[in-house]
Design a protein around this ligand. Structure first.
Ligand code: GLY
Length: 381
């Protein structure tokens, strides 16, 4: 069955879900306009604007731009612009920025610039891209992820799978200012990620420790947010899935598409086992049964994009799987009431902490995937 046929068979569900999103989010857009939400407490959005460098601080404004793209309603645009203004406080502490500047600015200022031509937004995004470039370790041949905040541990050789999602910021800068060094560094990091983070079966390592003075030298693997060092954290797999499709779209390098497919096949085989609702870690013990809705929403975005670039038979498989995940999550995990500011519940921060809670990027990627299902071709990343 073609993608078009699958869409037409699911048209009523897609339109109805979008209507519910707009009904709920148009109210929340006004209610939470002067906050930078991360989660909710007793149903009310919290506010991370005092912790301005928190890596998720671009998602609320980014979500507002997605809703604006899908509806053209001014309430969303106003909140997105306010969010970008609030995030400017981060420019007062640039020494402590980390690799997550793509998550923070590319989906917020980057989108503002591309939609409205706002020069200040362009500059914010360029500064973010230059900051990410400055984290490239020339001898080790990777982008450093974090600064030293884990006790006294030296993390200068650490890379994490999540960074693959920050690379579109570099692809954008490369095109925007016509300086291909940005794309070249992104590709060096993507190649390292392919080699050192993605396993033969499509599972992924969250954290890899490298020699900072010598390229292609892995010193070890760390557990990170999943169950164990050799398990597979599902959000990490979803970052890899979507991130490699995006690297393929921006570079047209076949190896990135092949890697995305390998991760997708692993993700789908594991997620189908639990009725298309992703567990937090695909190799966690059977009990407690922890889930993570954010992994499902991120993977759905990646699968929809992947279906546009895969051969016909695989295309249908990836597209149907995205729909299966989104429909299962809508049925089981979405809260459409006015008593709760977030939509998607059952996100999980990590195996040891923050289980089954709403997390802002769950809503962000759920909306991004629904916008794609509605036929929107604007690629945020
Ligand atoms: N980037 C951190 C996380 O996915 O939780």
């Amino acid at each position: 069955m073609s993608r078009e046929k699958i869409i037409s068979e699911n048209r009523a569900w897609i339109e109805n879900t979008w209507k519910k999103l707009d009904e709920k989010l148009s109210k929340t857009a006004v209610k939470s306009r002067y906050k930078i939400p991360y989660s909710t407490k007793d149903g009310v959005h919290d506010d991370r604007s005092d912790d301005i460098l928190w890596w998720t601080n671009g998602f609320w404004g980014g979500l507002m731009w997605l809703m604006y793209i899908g509806t053209q309603k001014d309430c969303y645009k106003r909140t997105a612009e306010e969010s970008e203004r609030l995030l400017d406080k981060a420019f007062g502490d640039m020494q402590n920025w980390n690799h997550d500047v793509g998550f923070m600015w590319h989906i917020l200022s980057g989108v503002n610039y591309r939609l409205t031509g706002n020069r200040q937004s362009k500059n914010r995004n360029l500064i973010a891209a230059m900051s990410l470039m400055s984290r490239y370790n020339v001898e080790g041949d990777f982008i450093r992820c974090w600064n030293s905040w884990i006790g006294n541990e030296n993390v200068s050789g650490w890379t994490i799978i999540d960074c693959i999602m920050n690379l579109p910021l570099l692809y954008w800068a490369s095109d925007e200012i016509g300086d291909t060094r940005f794309e070249k560094v992104a590709k060096r990091h993507a190649d390292m990620t392919m080699r050192d983070h993605v396993r033969a079966d499509g599972a992924v390592n969250h954290i890899v420790v490298h020699d900072t003075e010598k390229a292609d030298t892995v010193l070890g693997v760390r557990k990170g947010q999943g169950y164990a060092e050799d398990s597979c954290w599902s959000r990490g797999a979803s970052w890899a899935l979507y991130g490699f499709v995006l690297s393929y779209i921006h570079t047209k390098e076949q190896r990135y598409l092949d890697t995305a497919k390998r991760v997708a096949n692993y993700f789908l085989a594991e997620t189908e086992k639990t009725g298309w609702l992703p567990r937090l870690d695909f190799r966690q013990p059977e009990t407690p049964l922890y889930y993570d809705s954010t992994a499902g929403a991120i993977a759905a975005c990646g699968l929809i994009e992947l279906s546009k670039h895969a051969e016909e038979i695989e295309s249908e498989k990836f597209f149907s799987a995205a729909l299966n995940i989104l429909k299962a999550m809508e049925q089981n995990w979405c809260d459409w009431t006015e008593q709760e500011d977030s939509v998607l519940q059952m996100g999980s921060e990590m195996y040891t902490n923050g289980i089954h809670m709403p997390i802002i990027y769950g809503d962000y990627f759920f909306v991004e995937s629904m916008l794609k299902l509605k036929g929107c071709e604007f690629l945020v990343w």
